[in-house]
Design a protein around this ligand. Structure first.
Ligand code: LMR
Length: 400
């Protein structure tokens, strides 16, 4: 029965973890997957989350099924976090929020819904984008996503992007990164978002924000969500996928949400019932533990304040590593194509270094450095003990 099934290609990002683990070199460096590491290169359980874990244990939170749409205190807190208290109060009657299996699950459910109710809608994703975006769109809508130009010469190609969006048919879904663009680290400049919104409005296009890094770009949760809030204030109906993997370190807990802001409450009610029936047929409901953790952190003032301090510190450490990398490259006489200043101009967890696939392979095969073939590194994998070594190996790879 299964004999004619061919082998699927491994995931470009997650396969690197396997290579890294199998490498016996004690000085190996993992710059692959976007997961925070502390200054000692260790994974990091946020102390605020640990305290929430203790509270959940002490209070014996139940393991009963959650409702199809998830844990209500989590949904409420997640919506307040992404939209801000004031806007959330204004729009909550016309907003559908459901708990989902982090960003990926949220995207998957949303695109199932899009496929069912808007089967002819084209989906546009930036080029480049997180590799899973294209895969999720293809699996759910059964059509390949179209792309719009995003990366220009070490900056966002705003003109190219707008030109491509102007050509999109009305009703197309436009996937946007509200901050900390993955994989490039280049965000649409603040003063250009108005132009993007003008094009979306004129073309009757639907913004879909994938928010996986709120708090990581600037260290400020409100600032990193302002693009989404501005779009809602301008009157757009929007989709938002929200993940707590990175900003709360809840990677394996799969804690996230899907928000759909509709025009009026009656429409939201219909959308809510359809989203719930989509979820029921896919995975019935979401797991409780991650939602309990996130809700406890967000809804306990003392923990919330502690979390914000911890998040700021993570963002700041990454920022420091950007400068440290520029300094180390300079010390080793490395000038990446066009210069090195893009590393400190980029924001969020990633840097698109400009290294070629051959150089990346050289680094993997000869130096035990694991990074994406497109030249993306997770800045969180760098620390004071390995940044100089990394820069030295980059110098070697460029000469090879
Ligand atoms: C990444 O881009 O490295 C992360 O979003 C992790 C993932 O699931 O790919």
């Amino acid at each position: 029965m299964f004999s004619n099934i061919s082998v699927a290609p491994p995931d470009k990002i997650l396969k690197l973890n396997g290579f890294f683990k199998a490498d016996p070199n004690p000085d190996k460096i993992n710059l692959g997957v976007g997961a925070y590491r502390d200054a000692n290169g260790k994974n990091y359980l946020l102390p605020s989350v640990r305290r929430a874990e203790q509270m959940i244990y002490d209070q014996q939170f139940p393991k009963e099924y959650l409702p199809i749409d998830g844990y209500a205190p989590f949904n409420e807190a997640a919506a307040r976090l992404i939209f801000g208290k004031e806007l959330h109060n204004e729009i909550k009657e016309r907003t559908v929020t459901v708990q989902e299996l982090s960003g990926t699950g949220s995207l998957r459910v949303a695109f199932e819904f899009i496929h069912t109710f808007f089967p002819d809608a084209e989906v546009y994703i930036p080029s480049p984008t997180w590799a899973n975006h294209a895969a999720i769109v293809k699996k759910t809508t059964l059509r390949a996503a179209r792309t719009y130009r995003y990366l220009g010469n070490r900056a966002v190609d705003t003109e190219g992007m707008l030109e491509d969006l102007r050509a999109a048919p009305a009703g197309s879904i436009i996937l946007l990164h509200p901050c900390a663009h993955n994989p490039t680290g280049y965000d649409i400049p603040d003063d250009q978002w108005g132009r993007v919104f003008d094009v979306l409005e004129q073309g009757k296009l639907i913004p879909y924000f994938d928010s996986a890094y709120q708090g990581y770009a600037s260290g400020d949760l409100d600032r990193d969500a302002h693009v989404i809030r501005d779009a809602v204030k301008r009157g757009f109906e929007v989709f938002v996928s929200q993940s707590f993997a990175k900003n709360m370190g809840l990677y394996a807990e799969r804690a996230g949400a899907l928000h759909i802001v509709c025009g009026v409450p009656q429409v939201a009610e219909a959308v809510r019932t359809q989203i719930k029936s989509t979820i029921r047929a896919m995975h019935s409901s979401s797991p409780c533990h991650g939602a309990y953790l996130a809700a406890t952190v967000l809804n306990t003032p003392e923990l919330r304040a502690q979390w914000e301090v911890e998040l700021k510190a993570m963002a700041a450490r990454i920022q420091e590593m950007r400068q440290a990398l520029v300094d180390a490259l300079e010390k080793h006489g490395v000038v990446l194509p066009g210069g090195n200043d893009h590393i400190t101009r980029q924001v969020g967890m990633f840097s698109f270094t400009g290294l070629t696939p051959d150089q990346v392979l050289y680094l993997r095969d000869n130096c035990s450095i694991y990074m994406l073939e497109n030249g993306r590194i997770s800045m969180a994998g760098l620390n004071p003990s390995n940044v100089d070594r990394f820069a030295g190996f980059v110098a070697e790879a460029i000469k090879a």
